[in-house]
Design a protein around this ligand. Structure first.
Ligand SMILES: CC(C)(COP(=O)(O)OP(=O)(O)OC[C@H]1O[C@@H](n2cnc3c(N)ncnc32)[C@H](O)[C@@H]1OP(=O)(O)O)[C@@H](O)C(=O)NCCC(=O)NCCS
Length: 159
């Protein structure tokens, strides 16, 4: 499906919440309160992928990240199952990395479950490397890779 990227707007909240619940097992998916908290931080950045041309469903995926000085953190990336493997995750990540680099972020971190084959393959494909495993990161029983990537500094805009 054709899609475009745009900024998150508060009217997207319910759609994002439902997509997150569909993407992650119970107990790992965010509660409304947690998702609202992540989205409301001053350091938060959220890009939404939307179906082009008024197609349903409107929101196909999203990525939430935080930036603190030179440190960036990917909170979550979620693409509707039926829309996967068509480049939406890549587009969301590339746009986020571009914006983070422009904000001065040099180092991006995230966690992903060691049993999330698609997630691990996706991050590796995009140059993320594991710096170790946190035992029981999810629900006290699912291990997570600590993954990171160094971003190239954003090029100054040419006159
Ligand atoms: C991980 C996720 C965001 C990827 O989104 P996507 O839109 O399918 O990603 P893309 O189409 O841009 O895939 C880019 C590349 O990542 C890798 N990849 C993605 N999904 C994969 C899978 N299921 N198996 C193997 N490699 C995969 C491939 O290299 C792929 O390139 P290719 O399709 O040309 O082979 C999506 O699977 C998802 O939302 N999963 C549920 C939530 C989740 O696990 N998020 C990440 C954990 S933090």
């Amino acid at each position: 499906m054709e899609f475009t990227l745009r900024e998150y707007s508060p009217s997207d909240f319910d759609a994002l919440f439902e997509i997150d619940r569909a993407c992650y097992p119970r107990g790992i998916a965010y509660s409304r309160r947690m998702l609202r908290w992540y989205l409301s931080q001053r350091s938060s950045l959220c890009i939404v992928a939307q179906a082009a041309g008024g197609a349903e469903p409107a929101v196909l995926g999203f990525l939430v990240a935080h930036a603190h000085g030179a440190e960036g953190y990917i909170v979550t990336i979620d693409v509707l199952e039926a829309q996967r493997r068509s480049g939406i995750g890549t587009a969301l990540l590339q746009e986020t990395e571009r914006r983070l680099a422009k904000m001065g972020v040099r180092h991006v971190g995230l966690q992903t479950a060691t049993n999330n084959e698609a997630g691990v393959a996706f991050w590796q494909r995009h140059g993320y490397r594991s710096s170790g495993v946190t035992r029981g990161y999810y629900l006290g029983r699912i291990d997570a890779y600590e993954m990171f990537k160094e971003l190239q500094p954003a090029r100054p805009a040419t006159a």
